[in-house]
Structures are given as structure tokens and as C-alpha cells.
Design a protein around this ligand. Structure first.
Ligand code: CAO
Length: 416
């Protein structure tokens, strides 16, 4: 069985997290991803947060599966000559260097187009054109600049960043979509194009509902489903932090379950969905609320959500999060346990679907990774280990047509 992207060659100039997330996805869908790394050093994450001395870190191995690695000094004239051949050989160049680095290397858009008019040049940058376009950006900077931090946390605390890497991995996902669209358009036009995914834009796209709320707030001065309502706390002019309130039209909150005193994850997300209000009241022992005019309708409940969640919590604190979920699900009441990384790592259903995989590595041994979260029925993903630094240099250069003596000369000159 073939893969969706069989035959597509990616010249992968990515490093750290955002770009590698993108090219890893393309590799999982069958593209031949050739990761170009600095001779002698490689992607900086190979040595960051190492858990085993002198072994590629999990940071690196978990973001660079299914790729080939070559080392090449692209600032050396001989290295530039090899890079020209690579540009002619590949379909897409993906990079997430600091702004201007590709131009400084001598490979701006015009040059690349002259070498290969079909090439798609895809970039992650921190910001799009504007006052910050020259800035270097890491994950949490993007979360702050894209609206996530100002809308995350509790209203009596500072802005918070989230554990989900929406700035890096989120933007990598956006970029992958852009690349696939450009490849599709190239089928008609025969031309490559530039693809840009700015991290600020990617985060803002994921915070779309908060820009919705900004406009609702501007119109009415308050939002009834936010925990600030109706406690007398003033809404300001910007969307406030909503704690654990649900982002949609159905109110929700995180509530304690049995064992919460010891276990920091003994909690459940509970949604007081209107269609199952009757079932909720029965299960928590408040059948009177089914007809009580203060509680019977969603609008009547909005100013009383705290008392609703307190009553539900009095019930969930007598059950583990899994017991509570099992009972609530029997009545189709939406809820979800707070799952720790430890629990997710051991979850059999995620292993069965390949969302969590065990991968073997020659110097590290077996390790756990997140596999391809996107499943295609005709293009299954087999997750293979990340490459060692420069593992495929000779193989790739031979594919480019370099002779053995040319390769030996490049090695001697430390270009590869
Ligand atoms: N051979 C020779 N030189 C190479 C090379 C190679 N194979 N690969 C990279 N280089 C050079 C680049 O040309 C660049 O040189 P110049 O500064 O002289 O132009 C240099 O290495 C460093 O590149 P960089 O500026 O991208 O790296 P940095 O560590 O200083 O910055 C980062 C890192 C992530 C802040 C920056 O790349 C960035 O802002 N990227 C865009 C946004 C992004 O993706 N951020 C998310 C990162 S994940 O949290």
C-alpha cells in the first residue's frame, strides 16, 4: 500500500519544535524528508534536555521521526553548490530560521525560484509582516502575543501559558496544511509559491472564540457564561480570563473527585448540558431543581452556576473520576476525566490506535512517542526512529549524483 505523499521530497531546514512538527507530519504521510543540519552540531534540540548522556534527547527524537539527516555547511561555497542540487531535487523547502537567515545564506525566494520554479518555500516565523516581523520567537512568546495567555488563567491571577504547544506545534500544523494546498495548486499551475505561517497568527486562529467574545463584550459590557457574571465583579474592556469555564454555549467547570486531596489529577470536567438537565438533577440528588424556576432553564441557571457545580462536586467527591465518568456517561451527560501524562502513557486504546507508540533507537533504546494523530485509511503511518546526525549524508549525496571521490573531498573539507 502506498502513502499519500509518496514521491514528494522535502528539503527540511527546520529546527527546534515548530518546523520539525510540520515536516514530521509530512514524513508520516509518506514524503521523503531530508533534514539538513549544521555539520558537527545539528539541530540544537539533539542536546537540549538530555536524559541520557551523549544520546539524542527525547525533545529531538520525538519531533524528527521518519526523516533522513544530512550534515551540510551551507555557508561554505562547496556546501552552497550541494544545496543548489538539493533545491533542484526537492519539491518543498521548509524552514523556521530567524527572519532573514535564508537570504543571508544566499538563498532568497528569487534565487530558489531561478533554481527550481516548482519549489514551494514554506516558513514559520514568529510574526507576519508588521512591527515585530524581525523578532525571534519561542513558544511562550507566541502564546502571549497571540491572545492565549491573556485569556488563560483565573481573573485574580496573572496571564498563564498552556501546556499544549499551540505556538510551535500548532503553527507547524498550520504550515503543513499550507504546504499541501500549495502542492495541490502546483498540479494546475506548475509553479511553486511561498507559504508563511506566523506563530502569532496561528495562536490567534486557535483563540478565535476569544475574539468572538471580545465583540460580544464590546456590545453588552458583560458575558453571562463567564465566571465574573454576576458576582458584581466588573468586566473590563478586554475579554477576561475565564478560569475553567466552558468556551461554548454549554456551561462547564473542573470539579473535584474522590482522592483529590492526594492526587493532583483527581478531577473531572463536567458540562451542565441543557438537554440532560433532568438527568443531572436526578443523579446528584436534586430532583427539586428540575422544576424550580431558579434552576429549570439554562438562563435561570446562569447566575447560579457556582451552586450547580458545587452540588455536582458534592456528588463527584464520593466517586473516582473514572467511576463518575462511567455513571454520567450512562445518562449521556458530557464530562471528561483530567488525565495525567502518566495515565495517557499507559492508556491501551491510544496504544492500539498508534497515537502512542513505542519506538526503538540504536543509542537510546525503546522510548514512548506520540504517533500520527491524523489517521488516513489508505495511508497508514509506521513511526520509525529519528535519524542520527548525518546518518544519511552519503546516501543522499549519492542520490544527487555526487561521486565517491566528490563525497570524500567534501568530508575532507568538513563541508559535510
Ligand atoms: N550550515 C551553516 N549555517 C547554518 C546551517 C547550516 N546547515 N543551518 C543554520 N545555519 C545558520 C543560519 O544561517 C543562521 O545564520 P545567520 O544568523 O548568520 O543568518 C544561524 O545558523 C542561526 O539560525 P537562527 O537565527 O534561526 O537560530 P537561533 O538559534 O539564533 O534562533 C529561533 C532560534 C527559534 C529563535 C529562530 O530560528 C526563530 O525565531 N525562528 C522562527 C520562529 C520559530 O520557528 N520559533 C519556534 C522555535 S521552537 O520554539
Amino acid at each position: 500500500m502506498g502513502k499519500a505523499l509518496d514521491g514528494i521530497r522535502i528539503l527540511d531546514f527546520t529546527h527546534v519544535q515548530s518546523g520539525p512538527t510540520c515536516t514530521q507530519l509530512l514524513a508520516w504521510f509518506g514524503a521523503d524528508v531530508i533534514k539538513v543540519e549544521r555539520a558537527g552540531a545539528g539541530d540544537i534540540t539533539r542536546e537540549q534536555l538530555r536524559d541520557i548522556p551523549d544520546v539524542d534527547s527525547l525533545y529531538f527524537t520525538m519531533l524528527n521521526h521518519n526523516k533522513r539527516s544530512i550534515t551540510l555547511d551551507t555557508k561554505n561555497p562547496q556546501g552552497k553548490a550541494v544545496l543548489e542540487r538539493l533545491i533542484r531535487h526537492c519539491d518543498v523547502l521548509v524552514e523556521n530560521f530567524a527572519p532573514g537567515a535564508l537570504d543571508r545564506m544566499g538563498f532568497g525566494w528569487e534565487r530558489i525560484q531561478a533554481l527550481n520554479p516548482r519549489m514551494i518555500v514554506a516558513s514559520v516565523k514568529g510574526f507576519g509582516p508588521g512591527p515585530y516581523e524581525d523578532c525571534k520567537v519561542y513558544e511562550n512568546v507566541a502564546q502571549c502575543a497571540g491572545g492565549a495567555a491573556s485569556t488563560t488563567g483565573f481573573d485574580d491571577g496573572p496571564p498563564l501559558v498552556t501546556g499544549a504547544q499551540i505556538g510551535d506545534s500548532g503553527t507547524g500544523l498550520h504550515l503543513a496544511l499550507g504546504i499541501l494546498c500549495a502542492l495541490y495548486q502546483r498540479n494546475r499551475t506548475g509553479r511553486g509559491q511561498k507559504v508563511l505561517a506566523a506563530m502569532q497568527d496561528g495562536v490567534l486562529n486557535l483563540c478565535r472564540v476569544k475574539l468572538r467574545d471580545q465583540q460580544r463584550l464590546a456590545r453588552h459590557g458583560f458575558m453571562k457564561e463567564y465566571p465574573q457574571y454576576p458576582e458584581g465583579k466588573k468586566f473590563g474592556s478586554a475579554v477576561p480570563r475565564a478560569g475553567n469555564a466552558s468556551g461554548g454555549g454549554q456551561p462547564g467547570w473542573i470539579i473535584k473527585c474522590k482522592g483529590w486531596e492526594e492526587d493532583p489529577n483527581a478531577y473531572l470536567y463536567f458540562i451542565a448540558q441543557a438537554p440532560v438537565w433532568k438527568e443531572i438533577c436526578q443523579i446528584i440528588g436534586r430532583p427539586d431543581w428540575i422544576t424550580d424556576p431558579d434552576y429549570a432553564t439554562p438562563n435561570a441557571r446562569l447566575p447560579r452556576l457556582k451552586s450547580v457545580f458545587a452540588a455536582v462536586e458534592a456528588w463527584t467527591m464520593t466517586k473516582t473520576k473514572f467511576e463518575a465518568m462511567a455513571e454520567l456517561n450512562q445518562h449521556e451527560i458530557p464530562c471528561g476525566p483530567i488525565l495525567s501524562m502518566e495515565e495517557l502513557a499507559a492508556e491501551p486504546s491510544l496504544r492500539a490506535t498508534g497515537t502512542i507508540v513505542e519506538v526503538d533507537h540504536p543509542t537510546r533504546g525503546r522510548y514512548l512517542s506520540v504517533g500520527n494523530p491524523i489517521k488516513l485509511s489508505d495511508s497508514p503511518t509506521e513511526v520509525t526512529r529519528s535519524p542520527l546526525l548525518g546518518e544519511h549524508t552519503r546516501q543522499v549525496l549519492a542520490e544527487l549524483g555526487l561521486s565517491e571521490s566528490e563525497i570524500v573531498a567534501l568530508e575532507g573539507a568538513k563541508v559535510i
